[in-house]
Design a protein around this ligand. Structure first.
Ligand SMILES: C[S@@+](CC[C@H](N)C(=O)[O-])C[C@H]1O[C@@H](n2cnc3c(N)ncnc32)[C@H](O)[C@@H]1O
Length: 355
């Protein structure tokens, strides 16, 4: 038996895609794993990772780079047959029919596919705002202050305007019903303090490689990271892109550690909130340690009139299979888990009591 980890990594990602609502990508990845094992053209696309270990394949999100590259090619219109074989709202997703067409497209479009795979996928998942919302509301309710928000690893910045979305949390709702961005969340457990007064007076964000939404090529790259048979996700992202562009979204191109040290500090009369989602696991261990120290240092400078919150939607580093929403709020520095959540924000199991 071969000890090459690539086919196993592709099949693992296939299972994740299928169980997270993309049977099309799941089926395509199964075909890709088989093609790789049979020495087909997928092997050439993955040649930059020949001989690397399973951990590196995971860290560099190689299966996602591969599957998203085909979506990018289909979206580009450069391979008309592939575009026609990809899912559309009026056409059932059929990976068995699409795969031979995708395979035949590899040769003529090798450069396009390889170029896309040259850097990590940069998703920006709008529905994660439905998880973060409860944390922002908790900070607003407990401090009674306007919020200054700072997002790390914000990608295109689609979640900077979380307070302009409309949320459906099971039977409850929050936000402007006229918002073009609708966030449905399958909610269990108590509700967060929906009546808290929320006013965002400043919003800032950084990413080491921000997606510039004004650039059509970068916008397409972002869209290509959304699984092609998830039409609701696609529509939500497009609406959030329009909203962010209309508001003149700005994401600083910066490393999170340097940016946090330079930009984030408590300010009197406001609650300063540092937040991030599905970002922490991508940091090298020394950056994580540096950020934790910087955050503790900011917390130590907080006071009742200038509180500081660290809100994060992340898997614990010793168990990447679950995602938690956690909040640490200074000056007390109390740390708590608010909820267990779905990695894309589809479900929230709220734990914190709001009495
Ligand atoms: C998986 S994406 C998540 C994006 C967004 N937070 C979301 O939930 O949709 C992770 C993001 O972290 C960014 N990132 C990774 N390391 C970083 C660093 N050291 N400093 C700033 N951004 C970083 C990546 O560029 C990428 O945009």
């Amino acid at each position: 038996m071969s000890d090459d980890p690539i086919p196993g990594a592709l099949r693992l990602q296939a299972g994740v895609c299928t169980s997270f609502g993309s049977p099309f990508n799941g089926g395509m990845l199964q075909h890709m794993a088989g093609d790789y094992e049979a020495g087909g053209p997928v092997r050439q696309l993955l040649s930059p990772w020949a001989g690397v270990g399973a951990r590196q394949l995971f860290d560099e999100a190689v299966p996602l780079r591969l599957i998203n590259a085909f979506n990018h090619l289909a979206l580009s219109g450069e391979a008309a047959e592939l575009t026609a074989a990809y899912p559309a709202p009026d056409r059932p997703a059929d990976p068995d029919a699409a795969w031979p067409i995708a395979r035949a497209a590899i040769g003529p479009h090798l450069e396009h596919l390889a170029a896309f795979m040259g850097h990590e996928p940069q998703t920006n998942e709008v529905r994660r705002a439905g998880c973060l919302l409860g944390g922002f509301l908790t900070v607003a309710a407990e401090t009674g202050l306007p919020l200054r928000t700072f997002e790390l690893g914000a990608s295109a910045g689609l979640n900077l305007y979380w307070d302009r979305f409309h949320y459906r949390l099971g039977e409850a709702e929050w936000g402007d019903p006229a918002s073009p961005v609708e966030i449905p969340v399958d909610w269990t457990g108590p509700l967060p303090p929906l009546g808290a007064e929320v006013q965002v007076v400043e919003r800032h964000a950084c990413d080491r490689r921000p997606t510039d939404l004004a650039d059509p090529a970068q916008r397409r790259r972002l869209i290509a990271c959304i699984w092609p048979d998830q039409f609701d996700r696609l529509a939500r992202s497009r609406a959030a892109i329009d909203l962010a562009l209309a508001r003149g979204v700005q994401v600083d191109a910066a490393d999170a550690l340097a940016w946090t040290r330079e930009r984030v500090a408590p300010r009197s009369g406001t609650a300063t909130v540092l937040y991030h989602s599905i970002f922490w696991q991508y940091l090298p261990a020394e950056t994580r340690a540096g950020l934790e120290a910087a955050i503790q240092d900011i917390g130590a400078r907080a006071s009742a009139s200038a509180p500081f919150a660290w809100l994060r939607m992340e898997p614990p580093m010793d168990n990447l299979a679950v995602v938690e929403l956690r909040l640490t709020l200074w000056p007390s520095g109390e740390d708590r888990r608010l909820a267990l959540v779905h990695p894309h924000g589809a479900t929230v199991a709220w734990e914190a009591d709001q009495e």
